[in-house]
Design a binder for this molecule. Sequence first.
Ligand SMILES: C[S@@+](CC[C@H](N)C(=O)[O-])C[C@H]1O[C@@H](n2cnc3c(N)ncnc32)[C@H](O)[C@@H]1O
Length: 189
Amino acid sequence: MIEKFDNITQEVLYSLEKTQRDFWNISRQTAEFLYNTVRNEGFISGIEVGTSNGYSGIWLGKAFKANGGKMRTIEFYEKRYSIAQSNYEKCDVADVIKICPGEAIKVLEYLPEDLKFDFAFVDANKRESVDYFRLIHPHLKVGGIYTCDNVLSHKEKVKTYIDAINAHPDYIHTILDLPAGLSFARKIR
Ligand SMILES: C[S@@+](CC[C@H](N)C(=O)[O-])C[C@H]1O[C@@H](n2cnc3c(N)ncnc32)[C@H](O)[C@@H]1O
């Protein structure tokens, strides 16, 4: 069950859902699932790859904020992350979301070695999904959750990532039948 958001947040989310196709946002169903995962697991640190206009970040930011946590999000397109920043401010999550501008692979390569996350959500260049996994893996805590969207809608593009996570001994992985297909894995060691 989703805790009721304030009126402004609800209005922003509904208005962003009207332009969902233009900004490639995740479905509301996926957003609610990610929110519940972060909230129910009590996660306090997260990373998102692929900010766009901030739709998924608002949901994740709300969950991290309710848990007393914070998250980072990566985007290379200035126009989109400026809109996201403004949406985060409207929805009162700007204080818990740090936008990291730039090419996702470069940003991930330069993360401080000791920075650890409970949760990762990947939704950027589908063909680079395997690289994001390789780079986020050392930063994901044992017991943490790794997720990646569009694994059913973009099956071919994410094949190398799916093969890599299925073969990785540190993860228990499944694909959830959410609208675009969500890869969902727990790091077990
Ligand atoms: C599918 S959209 C993200 C949607 C967002 N997660 C949501 O649901 O609201 C993917 C975003 O990733 C960004 N992106 C794609 N490739 C990228 C890269 N190599 N580095 C950084 N950002 C990238 C795109 O500009 C786009 O805004």
